[in-house]
Design a protein around this ligand. Structure first.
Ligand code: ZN
Ligand code: ZN
Length: 460
């Protein structure tokens, strides 16, 4: 039963979607034809193409005509970071992911600076981004990385979307006063903060109106655009996956440097509500540092951090996966089930014609090792047709783990009746005592035995 709704409250847009929403929508909702050389000019999103195309063209032409003054250069870099943080700390981590709470003054500041990055309103941006996280790498993800680097970087904005992004609820943002205010005054804010304000600062500050417009407005905007776009392209392409490799997001320092710290994207997709992207102090994440700093100033609170224990589980899983790959590339000794079972009498008989030695319940053929034995050939020949378990494990020489590992590769049979009691650990070579096994390769499964004992408890 749903709680009674107060007046004006919007129902979440995903409240009534069917259980098979993703597969059903992908199958039944018709997508527009892919972009090709024949149709691209009809499929352009003219507004986006104009903003994304004209800004760099005008900026580059301007740079040839207007000299760059150092004050303007510094201001352009500063304003790049300010507007960039409006997106990363504001649009992304605050509004799209709710990774912390921000006070009204901080929200207004972030929403105004974010508008200066000219990337659409918070509502539009967060709606698309939530769909990106929810349907990563599918066609319901507006910047699906599987459609190529160029598409996820800029293509998805230059052209009309091929299909509607998957449903993602933004009813929380629809209720947010600051978000609504920005949406209402969006055009005014975009022109003001994207193009006019950076020029006015340079003009009134040190008389460089033209330089302010070319460098702090146009070229700075171009850098902010492509910096943010790299989160959708480069961060799904370059680097490794230390937390999970189910999807395309990757971690890389270069992406972090390009995106004001959004480059630890593998972590981010696993733990999107965490206010951090980088979890180590030395990793480059100025967005995290900024959010942390605002909390110290009392401007933000409730900075969300995913439980460390669960983060480490993800890391361990990936490490085990890599170790398993190494394990699978090595050759391992045959185990009992693949070896012929040989009686003691048969062992004695066969040892007449080939050098067989019994150690810890296994029969070993040491033919190719007789001349390589560091202790000399005579110590091996002495034990042919005998049980050398005691001698091998310290009686004559306490062999190294490496020697035990090598010995196990020479197994040709298993003694009928197996190893005498108490020798179990000697039967397993050191390299196999700790190994990585898939769940279904393990003897018993914790889940089913627990379920079983529980049902037995209930029934019995
Ligand atoms: Zn992503
Ligand atoms: Zn995100």
């Amino acid at each position: 039963m749903s709680a009674p709704k107060s007046k004006g409250e919007e129902e979440p847009s995903d409240a009534n979607i069917p259980d098979n929403y993703v597969s059903y929508t992908l199958k039944h909702q018709k997508a527009l034809d892919p972009i090709s050389w024949d149709n691209w000019w009809q499929e352009l999103n003219l507004l986006h193409a104009a903003i994304l195309g004209l800004t760099p063209i005008m900026g580059i032409i301007g740079a040839f005509v207007v000299r760059l003054r150092w004050e303007t250069a510094v201001w352009s870099v500063v304003y790049y970071f300010m507007t960039g943080l409006g997106i990363t700390a504001g649009y992304h981590r605050l509004w799209a992911h709710r990774s912390y709470n921000a006070s009204k003054p901080l929200q207004f500041l972030l929403c105004i600076l974010g508008a200066g990055a000219v990337q659409g309103s918070i509502r539009w941006w967060a709606r698309g981004h939530r769909a990106h996280h929810r349907y990563t790498d599918t066609d319901l993800d507006p910047y699906n990385a599987h459609k190529g680097l160029l598409w996820s970087h800029i293509g998805w904005m230059l052209f009309k979307p091929r299909r509607k992004p998957g449903v993602a609820d933004i009813s929380d943002l629809a209720k947010n006063e600051v978000v609504r205010w920005q949406h209402r005054h969006y055009l005014f804010l975009v022109f003001g903060m994207g193009y006019i304000f950076p020029m006015v600062v340079a003009g009134l500050g040190w008389g460089d109106w033209k330089g302010g417009y070319v460098y702090a407005s146009l070229l700075r905007l171009c850098f902010v655009h492509h910096s943010t776009f790299c989160v959708n392209s480069l961060a799904h392409y370059l680097g490794d996956a230390p937390f999970d490799d189910k999807h395309t997001p990757r971690d890389h320092l270069i992406t972090a440097l390009c995106t004001i710290g959004e480059g630890y994207h593998n972590f981010h997709h696993q733990f999107p509500m965490d206010y951090r992207n980088a979890i180590k102090w030395y990793q480059y994440d100025p967005t995290k540092w900024t959010i942390w700093f605002t909390s110290k100033l009392g401007l933000s609170s409730h900075l969300k951090v995913f439980p460390e224990n669960e983060v480490r589980k993800g890391q361990l899983t990936m490490q085990l996966k890599r170790l398993r790959e190494i394990q699978e590339k090595l050759n391992w000794p045959s185990d009992n089930s693949h070896l012929p079972v040989i009686s003691w009498e048969s062992f004695l008989q066969q040892a007449q014609s080939r050098p067989l030695i019994c150690i810890a319940g296994f029969i070993h053929d040491v033919d190719d090792f007789l001349d390589q034995h560091p202790g000399g050939r005579h110590l091996l020949t002495k034990y042919i047709g005998r049980d050398a378990t005691t001698a091998f494990f310290g009686g004559v020489y306490d062999h190294s783990n490496a020697a035990h590992n090598l010995l196990s590769m020479k197994r040709v049979g298993v003694l009928l009746g197996g190893a005498p009691h108490g020798l179990e650990d000697k039967a397993i070579p050191p390299s196999q005592r700790l190994r990585i096994a898939h769940y279904n390769e393990m003897g018993g499964s914790g889940y089913s035995s627990a379920a079983l004992s529980d049902s037995e408890g209930l029934l019995g």
